[in-house]
Design a protein around this ligand. Sequence first.
Ligand code: NAD
Length: 486
Amino acid sequence: MLSIINNFIAGEYVEGSRGNLFDKFSPIDGSLVCKVHESSRDDIDAAVAAARRGQAEWAAMAPAQRAAVLHRVADGIDRRAEDFVAAECRDTGKPHSLASHLDIPRGAANFRIFADLVGNVPTESFMTSTPGRDGALNYAVRVPKGVVGVISPWNLPFLLMTWKVGPALACGNAVIVKPSEETPTTTTMLGEVMNEAGVPKGVFNVVHGFGPDSAGEFLTTHPGVDAITFTGETRTGAAIMKACADGIRDVSFELGGKNPAIVFADCDIDKAIDGTVRSVFSNCGQVCLATERVYVERPIFEEFVARLAERAKALRIGIPSDDATAMGPLISKEHQAKVLGYYELAVQEGANVVCGGGIPQIGEAYREGSWVEPTIWTGVDHSHRIMREEVFGPCCAIMPFDSEEEVIALANDTEYGLACSIWTENLSRGHRVAARIDCGLTWVNCWFLRDLRTPFGGSKMSGIGREGGVHSLEFYTELRNVCVQL
Ligand code: NAD
């Protein structure tokens, strides 16, 4: 396991030239996990220069050859899956079962799917005829954007980073990744896999650091970077957009959410409870798609609240390696303080705490970890901040509703627009309501059921653009038109 984390530039692990190493602490027990080199502007210059060289070589390879290399990257991740799972759990505290079933296999899948997709996307062509003149053939070709900056968050670090790196490389770009300062390890480990798979030096680079006056800012303002793809908080997205404005650099943003679940009285209540337990508490609630607002139709409100609370109280909170663990800690002490702040605020604002609201006792050895209890509130309305602001913790507030019109208005009464889940056995209603929710992704009778070919992204303050399937290719390539007179 790495205890000092270096940058990865031009196929080599290199120390940061700033001479500053920052600490990464364990969310499980507060111990020091590793020290990480913070990048200077010079390091970003070096990464950009390496990426420009690497990109020219990579783009000159036949797409089928690039696809074969990316399949080897996916195979390399699979071969080292246990190491990746261990490192991801060490950085995040998430259960092994989650990292081994979701985060790391999805990382490998992100390379395979886009490697296979790029060769199969047609481009348009037109036969142009102008009376009295020779005709022309117009066709479009896709070219890589060039050097893409990838800025990723800590909640699903490997999954969300590869979700961008996979398509960017498949399209012939080079990337410079700045992973979250909270989760530096798995992105750095991927460098070795890239080298083994035969990715040319400089095509995949990793720089470490923070946002302002650090690697994030240096990358987003660098004139040698052609586009920025970012996943993280809405407020950070706004700062990055400003940073990219002077260079007219293209951006793709996957941002925050305050996602509703709508539970109609005609739902299969067992399924709705199972789905809502997952959508609220998975990954300790630190999923952009997580449900934080639950609207339940009045005839089943009491039953739903009681049953959800029973399930929340039964969730086993523990360390990653324990097979029985359903929920780990939050990412950091800082995030714990933020989530506990919302727990206090909810009480001050008059919410009824159905369960949780505090810090669970995990054991003396884990006292310094960032643990919080799964928490449910009722007695809220949209004047409460916990119904409006993203908490990003294992909690939800539940409100009753009486009609379809009312619940559609409630679900849409938010500045965010990422995801929604609807629970009903009346499929006509499922389609009808889904069409009226202002968000990028609506699930009916499920949650986090993903097909990587579908468009993914948020409306309103939850993002700009769509990635996934051909939509990723739209962002990671430019279309050029060629006109040939016949
Ligand atoms: P964050 O915005 O704090 O940080 C994300 C990344 O941006 C980190 O690498 C950070 O170092 C970097 N950064 C911070 N300030 C920067 C700046 N000024 N310039 C350049 N880079 C900067 O987000 P987080 O706390 O890591 O992640 C949680 C947030 O991400 C939540 O809001 C969540 O909803 C959102 N998220 C969204 C999606 C999605 O697909 N929509 C997925 C996962 C997480």
